[in-house]
Design a protein around this ligand. Structure first.
Ligand code: NDP
Length: 310
């Protein structure tokens, strides 16, 4: 079985930055890309707040550059997803979805977070046939069509605004009587004539013979003026937050109730010696590419120090 000195799981800004730092320290890290090479950022278009790119940069381009930079310093990049771990004792043991397994001395967990779904069986039924959690990935298929976005945060407003540039009509389904998004994002949505916000509305299910043709929704569920009706739509986009990808580490590392990995103070150290967590998998607060990159750097420095003690 392959033994790796420094293993990195995840290919977002945290994983690649850790790889760049560890590579420059001569540690020849191995990085597994996971399900979504380049991470969550690749589901957006333009990144305007990553320092060093005054004109903004295409998200895929940014991640390609990070990958190249990691490879330049000797990082080996592999394509598989970790499905099981045993972190009870060193060497730590990781199993992958392609049937392979490795052991390692240090591990940097940079597996990020994934979009949440409402939990309706229809979401599964129509996934890829009208249900999506990424407007920038799938919006193209809904040009001049009618779509709905669920959520009232910044992501939902951003996705609704993006879709309004393609679709003929966008419903924003918000369960509360107000939006949670920042004022500038709210203004953008409320002033867009193509977007109609449906406050105090929940989705009960989806219907359609050939993919999504509509949603069963309810206004003011449980109130005296409750009203159930069908909303004709071609696409249903979820934008209701994210879940950290920490399940396979949970028996070994501590997490909060949502699943975010708990680390010691400001450091990326988990309770397991030589196991570090970086990026969104351990960050319920900021969830920014540049913050993830910074925590990846910290994790690599900690891993290097730990390896020096072995
Ligand atoms: P948030 O947690 O901020 O918002 C989630 C939204 O989904 C809320 O409106 C919430 O409703 C709603 N929601 C959650 N569960 C359900 C459910 N089961 N049914 C219906 N609605 C539901 O997540 P975001 O992804 O929007 O944002 C995450 C973080 O990233 C935030 O800090 C945000 O500011 C930041 N961000 C910043 C951006 C930018 O600056 N350009 C872009 C995108 C995100 P409720 O309000 O009722 O809880």
């Amino acid at each position: 079985m392959d033994h790796i000195k420094l293993l990195i799981l995840g290919s977002g800004p945290a994983g690649y930055t850790a790889a760049i730092y560890a590579g420059r320290s001569g540690l020849t890290p191995v990085l597994y890309e996971g399900l979504q090479p380049g991470g969550q950022l690749t589901t957006t278009t333009e990144v305007e707040n990553f320092p060093g790119f005054p004109e903004g940069i295409d998200a895929n381009d940014l991640m390609d550059r990070q990958r190249q930079q990691a490879e330049r310093f000797g990082c080996e990049i592999r394509s598989a997803m970790a499905v099981r771990t045993d972190l009870s004792a060193r060497p730590y043991h990781i199993w992958f979805d392609d049937g392979s397994e490795v052991t390692c001395d240090t591990l940097i967990i940079a597996t990020g977070a994934s979009a949440k779904y409402l939990g309706l069986s229809d979401e599964e039924k129509y996934r890829g046939q009208g249900v999506s959690a990424c407007a920038t990935c799938d919006g193209f298929f809904y040009r001049k069509k009618t779509v709905a976005v669920v959520g009232g945060g910044d992501t939902a407003c951003e996705e609704a605004s993006y879709l309004a540039g393609l679709a003929s009509k966008v419903y924003l389904i918000v369960r509360k009587p107000y939006l949670r998004a920042t004022q500038i994002m709210q203004d953008r949505v409320l002033q867009n004539p193509k977007i109609e916000v449906l406050f105090e509305t929940n989705t009960l299910g989806l219907f359609g013979e050939n993919g999504v043709e509509g949603a069963h929704v309810v206004f003011r569920k449980g109130e005296a003026d409750e009203r159930r009706y069908d909303l004709p739509i071609d696409g249903f986009f979820l934008a209701i937050g994210h879940k950290p990808n920490s399940d396979i580490f949970r028996p070994w590392v501590q997490t909060d109730e949502t699943g975010y990995i708990l680390t010691e103070g400001d450091s990326p150290r988990t309770g397991v010696p030589g196991v570090f967590a970086a990026g969104d998998v351990a960050d319920p607060h900021y969830r920014q590419a540049v913050v993830a990159a910074g925590s990846g750097a910290k994790a690599a420095i900690e891993a290097e120090r730990y390896l020096a003690t072995l």
